[in-house]
Design a protein around this ligand. Sequence first.
Ligand code: UD1
Length: 416
Amino acid sequence: MDKMVVQGGAQLNGLVKTSGAKNAALPILFATLLAEGEHVFRNVPRLRDIDSTVELLASLGCQSKWDLDTLRVRVKKAGSLEAHYDLVRKMRASILCLGPLLAKYGEAVVSMPGGCAIGTRPIDLHLDGMRALGAEIQLDEGYVKAKAPKLRGATFVFETCTVGGTENLMMAAALAEGTTILENAAKEPEIVDLANYLIAMGARIKGHGTGVITIEGVQTLRPAEYSIMSDRIEAGTLLIAGAMTGGEVTVQRIKPAHIDALVHKMREAGFRIDEDSDSVTVHPTKSWKAVDVTTNPYPLFPTDLQAQYMAMMSLAEGTSVITETVFENRFMHVQELIRLGADITPKTRVAIVRGHRGLKGAPVMATDLRASASLVLAGLVAEGETIVGRIYHLDRGYENLEKKLSALGAKVRRQE
Ligand code: UD1
């Protein structure tokens, strides 16, 4: 199993380009199931989660071919309508094949995703939404078995704001008969990216990016070409890396508005940050203030940057309170940060971070994707060597992180 070895103390400086967004690419790849033919995507990140999606699509009869960051997906009429447990358990987002398969073929059998390190992550709202569109759903032997000769448009109000639920419903409704209105829909930029691809395929969608999305079902969709949006979570992680090491780092190929909540907090902490049309620069700052954060759905502070932000706050002047409201168990990185010398008291959904200088390198274990990023960030400023184990978590969602950090001057290497 690969490890990341980080030698602390190097200042990061320079320009770094953001890769395509994992969380936009995944639903868009599942959307291909809605239309036979060749779909072409650019700016696709090479990540384990993308490989898992390609594997799942292959099990449903699709052939994919890479050419640098371009991925071509040739979709044929699905031979099987079953997403097997062996594939789904590798990646929870696999549940996103439910909406497209059900809408296109009238049935689907998708394994329940099972447990997850950061919380229970139920799929009840995905299923309630499909039921509202007329699907009959049974849970049997660990599988969701869904049937609907023809989905029918309906109004569905999400009880909780869910990114995946909104995406699944939007894809299902694209081929349903009549109009679907999704209320309390998620507003994440990745929802907008998926909606834009569906529209490129011929779907009729309005209101994406707001809390009410209206989808007028069409009879058929066609494949299209599309460039995936840049990864705002990767961009935020790289910006925090530059900030923590006191360097000057420009993160390129990012819409500044997508990381507004983070930039706002960093400015409040005392960092000088400049924005251009497609880049964000953090300037050298020796010390910064503790600033509280509460995670929430977009456009508020993202849960996917909470762990990295906590690593930065562990060096701040003063005490900050970090509140996680999206997932119930997303403080797994805390004990590992404490192993590096951070002074953090975790409560159920709140962590109290007493900032101080003087983290010291140690072996630590990654527990989930964003937790692993926070440990690498802490390692960049810890004295001596930090060895982050189980970095397969990192490979699920960061493309060439060690190469990007090394190019900025970090002393980071992968050890097999
Ligand atoms: C997506 C992102 C993930 C991010 C999360 C929140 C992808 C592939 N993953 O995950 O990186 O951390 O959004 O921004 O895009 N919930 C229910 N019932 C449901 C569905 C969700 O109660 O049927 C709850 C969840 O337990 C959680 C909250 O809703 O507490 C938000 O989850 P959701 O937005 O669905 O997250 P994902 O789409 O799984």
